[in-house]
Design a protein around this ligand. Structure first.
Ligand SMILES: C[S@@+](CC[C@H](N)C(=O)[O-])C[C@H]1O[C@@H](n2cnc3c(N)ncnc32)[C@H](O)[C@@H]1O
Length: 409
């Protein structure tokens, strides 16, 4: 452009800085960003987000944060993309407390993180996983938690921060795409007698009860209940369910599922078509005080930085309601990531933390790396540890899983 005596505009610089980001050339990205000033132009939010991301990719978190500071100095208000790029830069260097602080500043500045995503467009579709081994493990632990909560007569609230559709049709195009339920709930159904009274049998019986409640007359399982539909079976008339789902399609499916499950005489139901993390940040919380069981079951594949958000949500929840029982599902991707999550939660010093994990055979058909299923429970009910220790060997055998463990952090 210079040779042709054309003066480049900011948009041309931005394209070059983005190219540097993609090819992981953070030095070039920074040089181009300074050059914008030299030619008497002013970088915009896009120039900075590309620069911050380039530094993040190069593990240059100090430089990434310096760019964010520079934006404030030049009175250029960072937008959600700038903040998220900064958060990712901190995460990439394992500086999770800084990532958390940045998330707090973003929310404090009332920058809406949802603006970075467009719900439904390319969002996670849980139907692909429904009834698969990871779901079975997660839902068995959830059933144990629900049983313990319902063992006491006082009311409790079940808060599902990521409810998804509620119930899944096992003959739909999506569930048949990966047929995960064949390696999950169907294996358990063949291996376990649902009348034998143990935790795995109770989970399985709940899956069948949901099929019957929704009028399935088939002798084979045709529906799979997700976390909200399973929880519904343990809630009593004094209890409440608050179910969040941010994306429109699963929310509509959730509404339809509960129009059939909720007969209006049982527990109180509150369906929230909302981003649960934001609701948590900006309140008011739509649930009563008292005993609470909170489930966080995020998709881990959106543009949000889920690990930072989850630790942030745990901290917020437990600051406001220190005795809540909070369960967080996480994929077992690699040992380092899992150990990182454990130590982050430990350092929050929020209460006792029980962890249950199961390693599953084979890999996911899309070549994904999600190899196992983990559940971390803050403030677990006292009997949960023994209950899981007793039940996991049976579940492991039924799922043909390669290993499992239960431990206190
Ligand atoms: C893994 S699925 C949940 C599955 C469900 N808990 C179950 O066990 O059946 C994750 C769901 O969370 C939704 N989601 C993602 N981010 C969210 C947020 N911030 N607030 C509420 N829902 C969210 C996604 O649209 C998706 O439907």
């Amino acid at each position: 452009m210079w040779e042709a005596k054309l003066q480049p505009a900011v948009i041309n610089f931005n394209a070059c800085i983005s190219a540097c980001k993609k090819s992981e050339q953070w030095r070039w990205a920074l040089a181009l960003l300074s050059e914008v000033w030299e030619v008497k132009l002013e970088p915009d939010a896009l120039s900075y987000s590309a620069g911050i991301s380039a530094c993040g990719k190069g593990k240059q978190w100090q430089r990434a944060l310096a760019l964010l500071r520079e934006m404030w100095e030049f009175r250029l208000e960072p937008n959600v993309i700038n903040y998220l790029a900064g958060i990712r830069a901190c995460e990439a260097s394992d500086l999770w407390t800084r990532a958390l602080d940045l998330l707090e500043s973003m929310l404090g500045a009332r920058v809406d993180p949802a603006a970075a995503e467009s719900p439904d467009e390319g969002w996670y579709v849980h139907d692909l996983e429904a009834g698969g081994p990871k779901d079975v493990f997660k839902h068995t632990v959830l059933v144990a938690l629900l049983q313990q909560m319902a063992a006491c007569a006082d009311p409790f609230t079940f808060i599902d921060m990521h409810a998804a559709s509620g119930v899944y049709d096992l003959s739909s195009e999506e569930t048949l795409q990966c047929r995960m339920f064949e390696r999950g709930v169907l294996r358990v159904s063949h291996a376990v007698d649902r009348s034998d009274g143990g935790l795995v049998a109770d989970y399985l019986a709940a899956v069948w009860r949901c099929n019957q409640a929704l009028g399935s007359s088939s002798r084979a399982l045709s529906l799979y209940p997700g976390s909200p539909a399973l929880a519904w079976q343990w809630l009593r008339s004094q209890d409440t369910a608050v179910l969040f789902e941010a994306a429109a399609k699963p929310y509509e499916a959730l509404r339809r599922s509960f129009s059939l499950l909720d007969r209006g005489v049982g527990p109180r139901l509150s369906l929230q078509h909302d981003d649960s993390y934001l609701r948590l940040s900006f309140g008011p919380w739509p649930w009563p005080s008292g005993r609470q069981l909170v489930l966080l079951d995020p998709p881990y594949d959106s543009t949000q930085s889920h690990n930072t958000w989850n630790v942030f949500a745990l901290r917020r929840l437990l600051q406001r309601s220190p005795s809540s029982c909070v369960a967080l599902w996480y994929p077992l991707v690699d040992q380092e990531k899992v150990a990182g999550l454990h130590s982050r939660v430990q350092s929050l010093a929020v209460g006792s933390v029980l962890v249950a994990e199961m390693w599953l055979e084979g890999s996911w058909p899309r070549g994904d790396a999600l190899q196992g299923s983990g559940m971390l429970v803050v403030n677990p009910p006292p009997a949960l540890h023994a209950q899981l220790l007793a039940a996991l060997p049976e579940l492991r055998a039924a799922l043909r899983a390669t290993g499992s463990r239960v431990l206190w952090l």
